[in-house]
Ligand binder design. Structure first.
Ligand code: NI
Length: 179
């Protein structure tokens, strides 16, 4: 998809932790129609506006198996991409990367994941495509596909680190309700 295709896109609300929609499993898309194409465009637009390098439909409150990302995440804004019903079909190696998430505000942490993945899914014309990824793109794809199953990157952390985040968030929520 070209960046110029995003002209008619809308900015969507991004849901943040602990909203329950982030914990639900998204259902497969049965037909790639205009409604799905518009949702994907809106998600890409929302991702670039945030800015972020990946976004899953759960994060905008839509429980459908759609992810959007930038294929060259180091040069954000160059290569918008959509995968519908994405599935990891091969994975190997191990890599630790500092991750963050548009739905987990003010927090980042090291997460261990597969270093290389092969992912299959449908494009916006409903054709099956395969994508081989390594480095940051491989991490991004695993992170986004996790979202579709209600999994957040903080679930991959130790219980201690996760507790620290929850404590920080509680403090922040308390503070903002007093402001
Ligand atoms: Ni995320």
């Amino acid at each position: 998809m070209l960046r110029s295709d995003l002209k008619k896109a809308n900015k969507l609300k991004i849901y943040t932790y602990p909203d329950p929609v982030l914990r639900q499993k998204a259902r497969p898309v049965e037909e790639v129609d205009d409604e799905i194409r518009q949702l994907a465009r809106d998600m890409l637009y929302t991702m670039y506006e945030a800015p972020g390098i990946g976004l899953a439909a759960n994060q905008v409150g839509e429980l459908r198996r759609i992810i959007v990302f930038d294929r060259n995440p180091r040069e954000n804004g160059k290569a918008p991409c959509v995968l519908i019903n994405p599935e990891i079909i091969e994975a190997e190696g191990q890599v630790t990367t500092e991750e963050a998430c548009l739905s987990v505000v003010d927090f980042c942490a090291d997460v261990k994941r597969k270093a290389r993945v092969r992912v299959k899914g449908l494009d916006l014309d409903g054709n099956e495509i395969h994508l081989d990824a390594e480095g940051l793109l491989a991490v991004c794809l695993q992170h986004e596909i996790d979202h579709l199953d209600g999994i957040l990157f903080i679930d991959h952390l130790s219980a201690l680190k996760r507790a620290l985040y929850k404590k920080k968030l509680k403090k922040k929520l308390k503070k903002s309700s007093l402001d």
